[in-house]
Design a protein around this ligand. Sequence first.
Ligand SMILES: [Zn+2]
Length: 287
Amino acid sequence: MPIFGRLLAFGAVLALVGCSASEAAPSPPTPATPAKQSAPASSAPPVLESADGRTGSSTPPRPGALPRVVNHGPRTQKRVALTFDADMTDAMIDRLRRGEVASYANMAVLQLLEKRRIPATFFVTGQWAEQYPRELRRIAANPRFELANHSYEHAAFTGDCYGLPRVPADQMTRDVEKTFRALAPFGGRQTRYFRFPGLCHDKAALRALAPLGVTVIDGDVVSGDPFARSATPVVAAVVSKVRPGSIVIMHVTEANAQYTDEALPLILAELERRGLEPVTLSELLSP
Ligand SMILES: [Zn+2]
């Protein structure tokens, strides 16, 4: 490929993913593995099925069963789940320490959700919890917000996941367990939902999480808010894809998703216009 073509391709990948190896930040918009609702017994791959159905945190999956991977909720009800990832890689911590960025906590997003009384689910990394305990306490204290697990340091659970450093195979279970332990003291509405960094997972990664009784949440609406250059493409990405049952992926990482708070009111207005009610993931996935 000519160099110009290479540059274009590289740029396209970065734009799609929203992170690079050096920044290695938010959950990129990979088209995720579709959640298996059900499949014929003869051909059903057991990997995506678990005992819990789509019942959310109220009836957690049986520990030991392979985690169920959920991409969206029921399409029959006009409800959607707004989810916000709180990534925190080692590279992001370094940038904070060097003073290159001011904050990876988007308080404007939080204030807007609070003021408008919008339910939301936050996928928090252990390292974000360590950086922003005060902010996380505030999230946990809100009865409309749920907490979920987004790994400890936002490292990849598969090879070739947008340049993210990789969690060693024998450390995967421990990483997710450690994150649950880091989040637990904050109280509030804790769940057993887990989102893989970069949405990257394979059979081995799912198998590693089997003892933990988690439900893996991907999502069907990727906002593309990381590294967006204005609110416009973020709003467009969400409103063009959102529909009943959708799980919308956004970020609360101010420094690398700085237009999320600007996009959110426009997204909420469009949801309202279409009669799509934001609910927590547990509510979306409850029968
Ligand atoms: Zn992420």
